[in-house]
Ligand binder design. Structure first.
Ligand SMILES: *[C@@H]1O[C@H](CO)[C@@H](O)[C@H](O)[C@H]1NC(C)=O
Ligand SMILES: *[C@@H]1O[C@H](CO)[C@@H](O)[C@H](O)[C@H]1NC(C)=O
Length: 635
């Protein structure tokens, strides 16, 4: 925290200089508008080649650049050799240099041969009038740790030396902080060590030298939070001559409170797990997006400019499957209504728009959707963006004062415990208390939210850490006062915050008991205020009682104002039933305080129909999973 504060102060002091430098370069602050572009992940997973990437970049430049799509981004594992046995979490196929830094796989990226890295690709991208982005992982690769490569000191040249010796990968690596969703690939480095910082600096200086304009930094945010690494990388980027947009991904279980620690250090940060072409994924974005707009996080202060909550790529058109070993081979499973809903929410929330489908095979409907001028105008230039809570559907109107549907009698709701992770300063995190069972057994229980009698108390037993020093350097001092939490009925199983699979907003489940092992995801510390900190992410555990099979949905609405005083109003139908949605025009003024509104007229964007308010009400039938988008002039 001290270093973060120091960094913020330092940043404030420098801002005058940075500002004038940026104005002379581009006339704009960094990411003053939500970044827009194309990313290779949804269509190529990790397997993209240089030829495929440059073909795609050319099409982005011809067809999308004029609509603001400016970045082309190579997603993860560009350094992994595409040979039999290599897959997203395999070990032993990565290309590294003598300093343990990742190099593009020369089989897939032939222009990198001869130590050129991504320089030729970046040049080609720049010549198309676009900007070049790459995905990078947390810390250091397992491959570099196994090879125990020396650390490059970019300030002095040659190997990093301190206390009269050369420092190597094993000195800075933290094997117990392996990336939870790619445990064989990467692990954190200790940023408290000069050599750890020198290593990170050597990476980002190289990216800048290649001509990179955006880095998408993975496995450092959300449940994988590594605030030390984010803070230090942000510092390195701020000191480079080259402006580099700093993006964090993914953002599983991120809350506004958690994001406030990083939003000023970066330019975009994901606020959910991965989004794929599934309705449940789209729907899962509504609540979290509302929370970030309510907390005023949209377009807040960021690294050398602004920062944007990021809702993830748009998985439309011709795609691949998550975590697969192949390129594009199937169409998006979203219906047209669902795609419109996604594009409309993303635009109204001012999310970065990164198209994910194969641009070489983009269909006309997808192309029209992602270049829709009204949506792109909203995405860049609207303000007062927020959820509009004053809508109602015909079901309620037809039965004024109508009863809420209650669960049928005799059917017991079934609850399950689910572990959540949240910022430790949030009051809901203080729910743990400890009791002694006997001399050497202590029990820790979650005491919050016990209003429902059907819910059993959730308890674990406390166990001292058992260090296993198997030839890897450990930092026992960092783990003093910490312990593992054992299941009350199975002493060899420990509470573990690791995800089970690569997380998406849908698949995500943490907090299982797994066999006890030396892993920071299993190491916890109970604070005197009743919070329980996880050593992997620094986030605190909560327990929720989740009702099984709840059918959420219903109707939602968002509102924003345009550059010339127009009002954008969207109705979303997340339910499984067709209903008419109503909004009273007088309520529009409630969220737009400088206006007083009696009547509006305008158009519904998707149908092109004229809209005139009758009796102070705007209404429309909205298809299942679909949306209506009104462009209104009100007075
Ligand atoms: C509890 O204590 C920890 C450690 O002192 C602190 O970081 C955290 O913000 C506190 N949380 C609450 C909810 O009081
Ligand atoms: C949502 O869509 C379903 C299915 O078409 C429809 O029955 C229902 O009326 C719609 N709801 C709203 C609020 O428009």
């Amino acid at each position: 925290m001290v270093s973060l504060l120091w960094w913020i102060l330092k940043c404030e002091q420098k801002s005058a200089f940075v500002l004038s430098q940026n104005i002379s370069q581009s006339g704009l602050q960094q990411a003053s508008l939500p970044p827009r572009g194309w990313n290779s992940y949804d269509s190529f997973c990790w397997t993209i080649s240089e030829e495929e990437f440059l073909q795609s970049a050319e099409i982005v430049s011809q067809r999308l650049k004029a609509h603001g799509y400016q970045f082309v981004v190579v997603d993860y594992l560009w350094y992994r050799k595409k040979v039999t046995g290599a897959y997203p979490d395999s070990l032993g196929f990565d290309v590294i240099d003598e300093w343990g830094r990742m190099l593009p796989d020369p089989g897939r990226w032939p222009s990198s041969i001869g130590g050129k890295g991504f320089s030729d690709v970046a040049n080609r991208v720049h010549s198309l009038g676009l900007k070049f982005g790459i995905h990078v992982m947390r810390g250091i690769s397992t491959q570099a740790v196994n090879a125990n490569t020396p650390i490059l000191d970019t300030t002095k040249g040659g190997a990093y030396q301190e206390s009269g010796r050369v420092w190597r990968a094993k000195d800075i690596a933290m094997p117990e902080r392996a990336c939870a969703w790619m445990p064989h690939g990467f692990m954190s480095v200790n940023t408290k060590l000069g050599a750890g910082r020198a290593f990170l600096k050597s990476l980002y200086e190289q990216y800048a030298a290649w001509g990179v304009d955006l880095v998408k930094h993975d496995c450092v945010f959300g449940d994988d939070l590594d605030l030390n690494e984010i803070s230090y990388v942000s510092e390195v980027l701020s000191e480079l001559n080259r402006p580099i947009v700093y993006s964090l991904s993914p953002g599983t279980s991120v809350t506004p409170a958690m994001a406030k620690d990083v939003s000023g250090l970066v330019n975009m940060y994901r606020i959910t797990g991965d989004d794929w072409d599934l309705w449940e994924d789209v729907k899962a974005h509504f609540d979290v997006t509302r929370d970030f707009s309510t907390a005023n996080m949209i377009g807040g202060k960021g690294l050398k400019g602004n920062s944007w909550p990021d809702l993830d790529m748009l998985p439309f058109g011709w795609l691949t499957d998550p975590g697969s070993n192949e390129g594009p081979h199937r169409f998006s499973k979203l219906t047209l209504e669902e795609k419109r809903t996604q594009m409309t929410l993303w635009s109204l929330a001012k999310s970065p728009l990164m198209y994910g489908g194969d641009v070489r095979k983009i269909d006309a409907t997808t192309y029209e959707l992602i270049t829709n001028p009204t949506l792109l105008e909203i995405n860049y230039f609207s303000s007062n963006n927020m959820e509009f809570p004053y809508v109602t559907s015909s079901i309620n109107l037809k039965h004024p004062g109508g009863k809420k549907r209650r669960p049928k009698k005799g059917i017991k709701a079934s609850f399950t415990h689910s572990l959540g992770l949240t910022g430790c300063s949030e009051s809901k995190a203080s729910g743990w208390s400890i009791e002694s069972l006997n001399q050497d057994l202590e029990r820790i229980c979650w005491k919050n939210g016990l209003e429902n009698k059907h819910q059993a108390t959730f308890c674990v037993h406390k166990r001292e850490l058992q260090f296993r020093l198997d030839g890897v350097s450990m930092y026992p001092a960092d783990y003093r006062g910490k312990h593992q939490l054992v299941a009350t009925d199975r002493m060899k199983f420990c509470l573990d915050a690791s995800p089970k699979r690569k997380v998406t907003s849908r698949e995500f489940r943490r907090g299982t008991f797994s066999p006890c092992r030396w892993d920071s995801n299993q190491i916890w510390e109970l604070n005197s205020n009743g919070t329980m900190v996880n050593s992997y992410s620094g986030l605190c555990a909560t327990v929720e009682y989740v009702e099984a099979n709840v059918n959420s949905g219903g109707i939602r609405s968002w509102i924003a104002t345009g550059r010339t005083g127009e009002i954008y109003l969207a109705f979303f139908n997340l339910s499984e039933q067709k209903t008419e949605i109503y909004a009273k025009t007088s309520y529009l003024a409630k969220v737009l305080p400088d206006k007083s509104i009696t009547s509006c007229k305008g158009k519904e964007v998707w149908s092109g129909t004229d809209v005139i308010t009758t009796q102070g009400t705007i209404s429309m039938n909205v298809e299942i999973h679909g949306c209506a988008l009104f462009l209104l002039n009100c007075n």
